[in-house]
Design a protein around this ligand. Structure first.
Ligand code: BG6
Length: 506
């Protein structure tokens, strides 16, 4: 028997939002593409009481609503693999029936011991659930592999992350833990690796000699929606910077791995984290800016401020915007500033990495409208996924005036090629046992260590101001001061990759 042809997929938190929006639609998409093991059962586990049939009906609607693949003809066949059991996560007694249910499914469907436990629960349960599973032997790999997938956040700060790591590693091996950072599953983030390491033209330029600075933006136009309660314990720094943005920055900055082995790529990412120049306590104020959106109007619609959102403390000092300047102290990047920013209720949803090249040493021509350097390489993660190169060209007519023009590639031009969702890719990799695109413990701890001075300083409002910014704008103007150099500004990206500017269509 092929040891990988069977699997039980247990989702803790199966009645939650992530399961219906992302996990089950991604699993359905894999099912349609025949990428799930032949013998497969999904067992949803949550506090709520559902019968198998009720769970199936709810998941059918979820697949239709959050569709990842056009073919819906196999929904009925897929949901026959779905089952449900209710469970009190912190009550050891209820894990015994869970184990019995798993064993019964195995017997009925002739499935071996291969099991994935997906923790789509509040982070406070990331220690307890694996401990309970281990206490009834569900971490034992003699009859098949056992893996745990953990959503972020992994800890709340360095101390709690170390505690969680110690707790998990008591009963589970590092190879069994798959820490999801869904940005690593995005096709365009992986393409950053391919762009850099499959094209000889970029590598000679990808360093301090030619690059002036690197800018990474992850903007969202939505507010905190129904997640006020969670967001209050998190804020932009923990929610986006500690994980997604630092991971993307590391991929933009890393050395070429020696192979595509999981260890090889993850070692290079770790080396970048280890080379981050620590932010000194006294520099936090000038290297990190935080903001919170305040009520405003967007397209004539009134938009509430963060403090008016559901589940948010009316005096909250949680940041909904964070911008950081930092350096990577190694041979390649010595002296090159990295600017990263993220925020809720910004003008548009966009994520991009922009490599700003240095200007020519002597500028011969009149500049027209162009600023210091015309050369930027924009790697657009989402939306309108693609790559854009900006360069100077002669403005037709008399004289030698230079204008900046674009050369662009849009993924949408690859007709008939579907971009799989991040969850689809990561779930597939976890089934295959490929941990390349998952964050390793050391990476997570290094990221927390790097941000510790900022976290400590931001605990205290009078040490670092929390700036308000009207919903629908590009965050606090004070973020411009991070850059320091008056000839440079943040980019104002638009929905469409080829446009930018503060007034472009959003
Ligand atoms: C999540 C954050 O990890 O990423 C959310 O918790 C954020 O606050 C989301 O909205 C953004 O993900 P994406 O894939 O929509 O860019």
């Amino acid at each position: 028997m092929n040891e990988n042809d069977s699997l039980i997929y247990v989702i803790f938190g199966a009645s939650g939002d992530l399961t219906k929006r992302k996990l089950v639609p991604a699993l359905y998409s894999l099912f349609v593409q025949k990428l799930l093991p032949e013998k497969f059962a999904l067992l949803g586990a949550s506090r709520s009481q559902f019968t198998d049939d009720e769970f199936r009906t709810a998941m059918k609607s979820a697949i239709l609503e959050f569709k990842e693949i056009d073919d819906t003809s196999e929904i009925e066949a897929f949901v026959q693999h779905l089952h449900y059991t209710s469970l009190k996560f912190d009550d050891g007694v209820t894990y015994v029936p869970l184990k019995e249910r798993i064993e019964k499914l195995r017997e009925q469907k002739n499935i071996n011991g291969n099991t994935i436990f997906y923790l789509s629960t509040p982070p406070s349960l990331y220690g307890i659930i694996p401990q309970q599973l281990a206490s009834i032997g569900l971490n034992n790999q003699t009859d098949g592999w056992k893996r745990i997938i953990i959503e972020k956040p992994f800890g709340y700060d360095l101390e709690s992350a170390i505690q969680l790591k110690d707790q998990l590693l008591c009963d589970w091996a590092e190879e069994q833990l798959f820490r999801i950072d869904h940005y690593l599953g995005k096709e365009t983030v992986q393409n950053l690796l391919v762009t850099r390491f499959s094209n000889g033209i970029f590598e000679p330029l990808w360093n301090r000699n030619y690059i002036h600075h690197v800018e990474i933006t992850s903007a969202e136009s939505i507010g905190v929606e129904q997640r006020g309660g969670y967001y209050e314990t998190s804020g932009a720094l923990r929610d986006m910077v500690q994980n997604h943005l630092l991971q993307v920055a590391a991929i933009a900055a890393m050395e070429s791995p020696s192979s595509l082995e999981p260890g090889a790529i993850r070692n290079e990412i770790l080396k970048v984290f280890q080379s981050l120049r620590p932010i000194r306590k006294e520099d936090v104020k000038t290297n990190a800016i935080r903001g919170q959106y305040v009520a405003s109007h967007i397209k004539n619609e009134p938009i509430p401020g963060y403090r008016e959102e559901e589940g948010v403390n009316p005096n909250s000092v949680t940041e909904t915007y964070a911008a950081l300047k930092f350096y990577i102290d190694n041979w390649r990047w010595g002296g090159v500033p990295f600017y990263i920013r993220t925020g809720k209720r910004l003008p548009t949803r966009v994520m991009e990495v922009v490599i700003h090249f240095k200007a020519t040493p002597h500028f011969l021509f009149s500049r027209g409208t162009q600023n210091n350097s015309s050369n930027q390489l924009v790697i657009r993660i989402q939306p309108d996924e693609g790559i854009l190169l900006k360069f100077g060209m002669k403005t037709p007519g008399a004289g030698f005036e230079v204008q900046t023009v674009n050369m662009d590639f849009h993924y949408s031009d690859l007709a008939h090629q579907r971009i799989p969702s991040a969850y689809e890719r990561l779930i597939y990799d976890s089934i295959k046992g490929d941990s390349t695109l998952f964050a390793r413990t050391e990476e997570v701890l290094e990221a927390w260590k790097f941000l510790s001075p900022v976290i400590d300083c931001w605990k205290n409002e009078h040490e670092a101001p929390l700036y308000g910014y009207p919903a629908g704008t590009w965050g606090p103007e004070n973020a411009d001061d991070l850059i320091g150099d008056k000839k440079i500004t943040w980019r104002y990206p638009c929905k469409n990759l080829s446009n930018d500017g503060i007034y472009c269509e959003l």
